[in-house]
Design a protein. Structure first.
Length: 284
């Protein structure tokens, strides 16, 4: 029953009675309660403003509306969900695993145990510290020519002509070879691999490259002929090709400086410049 409004700016109160699934278990003094609401033509009360703002963000205005349940736990009765939310907050926002373990040791019902696993608290999600970086394992080779990595980069001469450089490096000793060309095709990359590495040291156990077109076709046929395992690195695991890319970046910087200093503008000079740049890193 609403109280009379004294003025347009005075909020009134009204009693609201809500039926719940556990109505019979509630204390009679909590079955009815009052809260201020907006009178027609009156100024909004702070409580009403807060409730409206919460509704805009999908909140219901209940005590634990920031706690939800996922999966099959959504089907649990309201009383069970409210008990789990109350325990989670009262115990200091403990993790789901700890809450489940405590309820299990206390002999809780199956519904409580199932809901404890699927509880999701927005407060916990907001204050959770960042997770640790994923730990990745890398088995460093123990012998020369066990794993060889390959990569391609590009440089330009003083005449703005583009050259492609393919290089291969041993994963254990950092021994480095390379070749330069104008057209980065698979035939060119396979010829450089066979002439600079397979003919000298024999085929490696594993060849590691990215999925570029220059490492397909003729390179695959060459590896099939020598029974070499070709490990193609996907875009999501570029760190596995970091060894070849780091050494390739060093060679590229050195080659660019040589091109500018010696004014290199033809293929023969470019081949010589590449040899001079690859030699120091592989012996250092």
């Amino acid at each position: 029953m609403s109280l009379p409004v004294d003025s347009p700016t005075t909020p009134t109160t009204r009693a609201i009675e809500e039926e719940t699934s556990d109505w019979e278990d509630m204390d009679p003094k909590y079955r009815r309660w009052t809260f201020p609401v907006e009178a027609e033509g009156a100024v909004l009360t702070p409580e009403e403003v807060m409730k409206r703002q919460m509704r805009q963000f999908g909140a219901t205005g209940e005590e634990y509306d920031y706690i939800t349940f996922e999966g099959q736990a959504k089907l649990l009765v309201r009383r069970v969900r409210r008990v789990l939310a109350h325990l989670h907050v009262t115990l200091g926002h403990i993790s789901n695993d700890r809450l489940h373990r405590m309820l299990s040791l206390a002999g809780a019902s199956g519904d409580l145990l199932a809901g404890a696993r699927r509880l999701r608290c927005q407060v916990c999600c907001m204050v959770r510290p960042p997770t640790s970086k994923p730990q990745v394992s890398y088995l460093k080779p123990t012998n020369f020519n066990q794993q060889v990595s390959g990569d391609v980069f590009f440089v330009w001469d003083i005449n703005n002509v583009k050259y492609a450089v393919v290089h291969y490096i041993d994963e254990l000793t950092d021994y480095h070879v390379g070749a330069v060309g104008l057209d980065p095709t698979s035939d060119w990359a396979a010829e450089a691999l066979c002439r600079c590495w397979y003919d000298v040291f024999g085929p490696p156990d594993v060849l590691i490259t990215d999925g570029g077109s220059e490492f397909k076709g003729a390179v695959d046929r060459l590896n099939d002929l020598f029974a070499v395992q070709h490990d193609l690195i996907p875009d999501q695991a570029k760190w596995r090709l970091g060894h070849a890319e780091r050494h390739g970046a060093i060679v590229k910087i050195m080659l660019m400086k040589v091109i500018m200093e010696l004014r290199i503008g033809n293929m023969e000079d470019m081949k010589t410049a590449l040899t001079s740049c690859i030699w120091p890193p592989r012996t250092g």
